[in-house]
Ligand binder design. Structure first.
Ligand code: DNO
Length: 357
């Protein structure tokens, strides 16, 4: 397991790369270009500049999170083939600097959704939470409530204001698709890009839906084992894989996360793992918790053991951290708690690895 940390770039991330370098067991930075409009080709000069920054502090740049998918690819709109050609060009450019994995998602309209971005825990730390009862009214109303709920001045991925201006239009475009239509459009996309991924040795790692259920009447195609098997079936190759996000999948109580890991990592379909814990506060409501098992509803030892037993040798990162020690980070992406998470997870990994030698 090679540990990395996500970084939002010098412009947008208050955490200097030099600090990431100081986190024990972190060897990789998971980066992206955040200023290229979705659908456009990522230019070589910008990719090289990002790589040079990361390598300049002694870290490696082998994963990108995310190259986002243009809405016309998901909807099957008029610019679909243009956007796919550009996606292919981006894959080739990323391969040229040694990128091995691209994390992406196929969620309609929004990336992950929470109802509270700053939920206070009894120990005085702040975390993100999801309460079904607060997903009320239109998506716009829910979003405004959530944004009003503290982004700390940061843009949230998938909730960019310039995109949300067209929210109603987007929602209407997705409405007639249904999960079947969205899956068909996914199939068209994955089959178009896979030959390039295989030729250029870049693995696609689809992030599951977060939360793993339909919201605002929008279709979902990556919520559970059955969904993931269908995604595999559209193009069966280690290059058509998943970002196994323990938190996202774990937000549905019916998902057995260690079993999902054994199945999909065991079939070499998990190039990238995002590992975090969540604490259920009802059947469907939860808040994100500190990483150790004792603080959440997921057993992190069982999760790390499942990766080990599946023969996992891919990339991993601790996922969302709380705001602790007075830090006011990007929601989910402060330094301190993610660093604690990495320490804990890499400690579990060392212990499991050595105990099984
Ligand atoms: C949330 C992240 C997601 C993820 C995208 C992948 O914190 O895990 O935003 O990066 O869904 O495209």
């Amino acid at each position: 397991m090679k540990f990395g940390m996500r970084w939002f770039g010098a412009q947008d991330d208050p955490i200097p790369l030099e600090y990431i370098r100081q986190v024990p067991n972190v060897t990789h930075v998971i980066g992206a270009l955040f200023d290229v409009p979705v659908g456009e080709v990522w230019p070589m000069d910008k990719i090289i500049a990002l790589r040079d920054q990361i390598e300049g502090v002694g870290l490696k740049f082998e994963l990108v999170e995310s190259v986002n998918i243009h809405d016309d690819i998901k909807i099957g709109g008029p610019k679909r083939d243009w956007a796919i050609d550009n996606y292919i060009a981006t894959i080739k450019n990323l391969s040229a600097v040694g990128i091995k994995v691209i994390c992406y998602n196929f969620m309609p309209v929004f990336d992950w959704v929470r109802t509270q971005l700053r939920h206070r825990l009894p120990d005085g730390s702040y975390t993100m939470a999801y309460q079904d009862a607060l997903v009320q009214g239109t998506a716009q109303e829910t979003m405004e409530r959530m944004n009003a709920n503290n982004t700390g001045g940061h843009k949230l991925p998938g909730w960019e204001p310039e995109r949300l201006v067209h929210l109603q239009e987007l929602l209407e475009a997705y409405a007639p698709l249904g999960a079947e239509g969205l899956a068909e459009n996914f199939k068209y996309f994955i089959q178009a890009i896979m030959p390039t991924c295989e030729q250029y040795d870049v693995k696609m790692a689809m992030h599951p839906d977060d939360p793993p259920k339909a919201l605002f009447g929008l279709p979902r195609i990556a919520t559970d084992a059955q969904d993931l098997r269908r995604i595999e079936s559209f193009y069966d190759s280690p290059y058509n894989g998943f970002t196994l996000c323990t938190g996202s999948l774990g937000e549905n109580r019916a998902n057995d996360v260690p079993a999902l890991i054994r199945e999909f990592a065991g079939r070499d379909k998990v190039p990238f793992a995002q590992i975090r814990n969540i604490k259920f506060t009802s059947d469907v409501d939860f808040h994100e918790s500190a990483h150790p098992s004792a603080y959440g509803s997921l057993d992190m030892y069982e999760i790390m053991l499942a990766f080990y037993q599946a023969g996992f040798d891919g990339y991993a990162r601790s996922d969302h951290g709380r705001d602790i020690w007075g830090e006011r980070g990007r929601p989910g992406y402060g330094l301190y708690d993610r660093a604690l998470g990495t320490s804990y997870l890499s400690g579990l990994w060392e212990a499991i690895t050595k105990a099984n030698r």
